[in-house]
Design a protein around this ligand. Structure first.
Ligand code: ZN
Length: 125
C-alpha cells in the first residue's frame, strides 16, 4: 500500500518540479540548483514520514487500503480533475468577498491579510 501512496504522491508533481528546476538551472549556478534539489528531497522525506505515520495510525484503527484509495480519488476529484494532485483554487476574500488567486496571503483588492494560521503534523514541510 505504501508504494501505491508514494507512486501517487511522487508521480507527476516530481516530474513537473524537476522540469521547472531544470529550466531555472539555465540561469543559476550548479551549486544553487543542487541546493534546491536537496531541499526538495528533504521535504519529500519529511512528507513520506508523516504520511507513513498517519497511515499506520489509521490502519491500527481499522481503516483499509481500499478506503484510503477511495478517499484519495475523492479528494483528487474535488478540483474537477482526477490527475493525482490538488490544484490550488481561487478563494473568496473574507473582508470584501473578491476572488483571490491561490497562494496569495493578502487580498489584491482590499489588502486584507488572508494568511491562515497553520498547526498540524505537516507544518514546516
Ligand atoms: Zn478583499
Amino acid at each position: 500500500m505504501f508504494d501505491f501512496l508514494m507512486g501517487y504522491v511522487m508521480g507527476e508533481r516530481t516530474a513537473a518540479r524537476a522540469a521547472t528546476m531544470a529550466r531555472a538551472a539555465a540561469g543559476a549556478s550548479a551549486g544553487a540548483v543542487a541546493g534546491e534539489f536537496h531541499d526538495v528531497n528533504e521535504r519529500v522525506d519529511r512528507l513520506i514520514l508523516v504520511v507513513d505515520a498517519m497511515w499506520s495510525l489509521l490502519k491500527e484503527s481499522g481503516w483499509t487500503d481500499e478506503q484510503l484509495k477511495a478517499r484519495i480519488l475523492e479528494i483528487d476529484s474535488e478540483d474537477g480533475v482526477v490527475d493525482g494532485r490538488l490544484t490550488p483554487q481561487r478563494h473568496r476574500c473574507t473582508k470584501c468577498d473578491s476572488m483571490v488567486e491561490p497562494g496569495r496571503s493578502t487580498c489584491t483588492y482590499c489588502g486584507a491579510d488572508l494568511a491562515a494560521p497553520q498547526s498540524g503534523p505537516t507544518d514546516g514541510i
